[in-house]
Design a protein around this ligand. Structure first.
Ligand code: ATP
Length: 229
């Protein structure tokens, strides 16, 4: 499979504190990859490195071009849509304004996002601040899709959401996988749900990739060793 995203020996630091010590993995075109690891192992730092929020060392390529060193705005324009941890949206803007302000040319528009998340259409005139946590996550995913990405990066896809809302988010991600060609790099704590959607997993430990393989090869022993489950 041709790599859409490719990380090679990526290192990243917060001031004097180094958090990544050499992370390498690929995400293929249209592939779903789970980025896993216990708390504090470097998952969000890897996402921030990919999306231009840190200045990493090593190499990060997307669609055949180097993107490390570019601003987050430029990287988004290359076709990487980020759903950040904490699902940040513009609180005072309405749902519709949040979506339209992210729009870039392509198949994803307000109507298409409304089919995936009918609740966003119902709430289109409400300020984002008035939404529930689950609705805010739908809006954050909707905003990322409005940029018409080739790669969607979901950091903590269902963290802190009620079980019934989680199922809605997982169902939407499955629809994306089934019906679109978008590649997905996903972080979540639910091994079971990840296993139903991800083709491959990358496990991080203390800022290094320590296990990469097909999700079906992630045995209970490996999960116990690296994920503590
Ligand atoms: P979690 O599941 O808890 O979000 P994670 O795997 O995403 O964990 P990171 O948030 O990437 O982990 O953190 C990796 C390391 O970097 C940790 O040791 C963490 O303490 C450190 N770190 C993260 N953010 C900062 C920051 N802003 N300043 C200093 N150190 C940080």
């Amino acid at each position: 499979m041709t790599a859409l995203l490719s990380l090679r020996q990526v290192e990243a630091s917060y001031g004097p504190v180094q958090a990544l010590f050499g992370v390498s993995f690929d995400v293929g075109e249209g592939e779903v990859v789970a980025l896993m690891g216990r708390n504090g192992m470097g998952k969000t730092t890897t996402v921030k490195s990919i999306c231009g929020m840190l200045s990493p060392k090593g190499g990060i390529s997307f669609a055949g071009s180097r993107i490390d060193g570019l601003t987050s705005h430029r990287i988004a324009k290359c076709g990487i849509g980020l759903v950040p941890e904490g699902r940040r949206c513009f609180a005072s803007l309405t749902v519709e304004e949040n979506l339209l302000s992210a729009a870039r040319k392509g198949e994803w528009d307000f109507d298409k996002v409304s089919v995936l998340f009918p609740r966003l259409k119902e709430r289109r005139q409400q300020p984002a601040a008035s939404l529930s946590g689950g609705e805010q996550q739908m809006l954050a995913i909707g905003r990322a899709l409005m940029t018409n990405p080739r790669l969607l990066v979901l950091d903590e896809a269902t963290e802190g959401l009620a079980p019934v809302v989680r199922q809605e988010i997982w169902a939407a991600i499955e629809t994306l996988k089934r019906e679109t060609g978008v590649a997905i790099l996903i972080i979540d704590k639910s091994l079971k749900e990840l296993g139903q959607i991800a083709e491959r997993a990358v496990i991080l430990e203390r800022g290094r990739d320590v296990w990469t393989g097909p999700f079906k090869d992630l045995t209970p022993e490996i999960a116990d060793k690296f994920l503590g489950v």
